[in-house]
Design a protein around this ligand. Structure first.
Ligand code: ASP
Length: 416
């Protein structure tokens, strides 16, 4: 198996810590002349962080394509693909429904929006969300090259599955051509590891840039909303997934979380489930022992449609804005929020701040004031980082559950 560099997680954590410290020094202490500060900000933190994200993104499409094609082409029965798909989608939708219900419950008990008035100006232009119609249509690309170029994950997954099936059926005519995809997949995994080796520096730059730009005064605005939201996010990440793992598998929960550290840090510093796909895939396959046949499907699909953290934010934001505007949501409306949040989180792109875009769809549905989204955006940066970590943890937990149920999880690797 391909080896990951030693002490990588420790070094990434160190990079993250130093990013916070150095970023805070730049933000709070004026010790360097202005031109030098801006130069360092742009050419060290911003450029370094963007290069690192670009390198990760560079791998997503070929990695998903090769790993899915080699996984599907080695499947002996297509029935198992059907089972995996059904279990994956059901579990993803259930965890998201639980996530948003939790946040609505906590939001209506602790009332973050009552007595809150803000002087934050509404955004000039409201972002536009993508509806469910476009999401479904987007699964079926009219041009696969265009879909790949635009990182349209569901379209790429769909094409890769078809391609893998065709490869499987023609292996006897093509001299086992599927072996080539197996080999290319190994090469891409090696590339992932080569790029992840730079993560301590990449994470340092990303976190440093975040602190330099936004500072650490995250709790100034909408204090109660921020605290409640973070609490529900942490609760869901630790308790709901633990329960799911306990109920559906007999895997060790501590081992799961220990091995997920790296993925969570990547998601935290990039704020993008999509950019984190290479790391999630690597961890789920190499460290948690999930067979490639499961992980290569469950992870890219999860990064695209499974967004529990995002749904939690959308639930809390809806309650917060309704309370702020003195609107009482009825029980039926709460149920509608759950359904809408599940559906819109599917349509949310796995990139920074995308959740606030689809939030507009929910607010519109209930006639809530769209201007209030200005408050949500003002505190969204750090919340986006945290909820993205929750999103990817959910993807990996479901990957373990599905793989275990199909006897496609190597317990020896998991325990190692
Ligand atoms: N940044 C999130 C993700 O990539 C999406 C969001 O909630 O804004 O998972």
């Amino acid at each position: 198996m391909i080896e990951t560099p030693k002490n990588l997680t420790k070094n990434i954590l160190l990079g993250m810590f130093l990013g916070f410290v150095v970023g805070a020094i730049f933000y709070y202490v004026d010790f360097l002349p202005e031109p030098l500060t801006s130069f360092l900000e742009i050419y060290i933190f911003s450029l370094g962080g963007s290069i690192f994200i670009n390198l990760l993104k560079m791998l997503i499409i070929p990695l998903v394509f090769f790993s899915l094609v080699s996984g599907i082409s080695s499947l002996t029965s297509m029935k198992s693909l059907g089972n995996i798909t059904l279990k994956t989608v059901t579990l993803y939708l259930s965890t998201t429904a639980i996530a948003v219900s939790l946040s609505l419950m906590i939001g209506s008990i602790f009332k973050p929006g009552s007595g809150y008035s803000s002087n934050i100006a509404p955004p000039d232009k409201l972002p536009e969300g993508q509806g469910i119609y476009e999401t479904i249509l987007g699964v079926f690309p009219s041009n696969i090259i265009e879909a790949m170029a635009q990182n349209q994950m569901l379209a790429v997954v769909f094409f890769s599955i078809l391609f893998g099936m065709a490869l499987n059926k023609t292996n006897h005519l093509t001299g086992n051509f599927s072996n080539a995809f197996e080999k290319l997949n190994t090469v891409f995994m090696q590339l992932v590891i080569m790029i992840i080796s730079f993560a301590p520096i990449g994470v340092f730059c990303l976190i440093g840039k975040f602190v330099i730009t936004d500072g650490l005064d995250i709790f100034q605005e909408a204090f109660k909303y921020v605290v409640l939201l973070i609490s529900v996010l942490i609760f869901h990440a630790l308790v709901t997934y633990s329960l799911f793992l306990k109920i559906f598998t007999n895997l060790s929960i501590t081992t799961f979380y220990k091995k997920m550290k790296e993925v969570a840090i990547f998601a935290f510093s990039t704020s993008s489930s999509a950019a984190t796909i290479p790391v999630t895939l690597k961890t789920v396959q190499n460290d948690l022992g999930v067979n490639k046949n499961v992980s290569s499907f469950v992870i890219p699909v999860g990064a695209t449609i499974n967004m529990d953290g995002t749904a939690i934010m959308q639930g809390m934001a809806t309650v917060f804005i309704a309370q702020m505007s003195g609107i009482d949501l009825t029980l039926i409306q709460y149920i509608q929020v759950v359904i809408l949040a599940v559906v819109t989180s599917i349509g949310t792109a796995a990139v920074p701040s995308a959740g606030t875009i689809t939030l507009v769809i929910i607010l519109q549905q209930f006639g809530l004031p769209l201007e209030a989204i200005g408050i949500i955006l003002a505190v969204d940066r750090i919340l986006d980082m945290i909820r993205t970590s929750v999103n990817v943890t959910g993807d990996a937990a479901i990957a373990c559950i599905v793989a275990d149920s199909e006897n496609l999880l190597d317990k020896n690797i998991f325990k190692k």
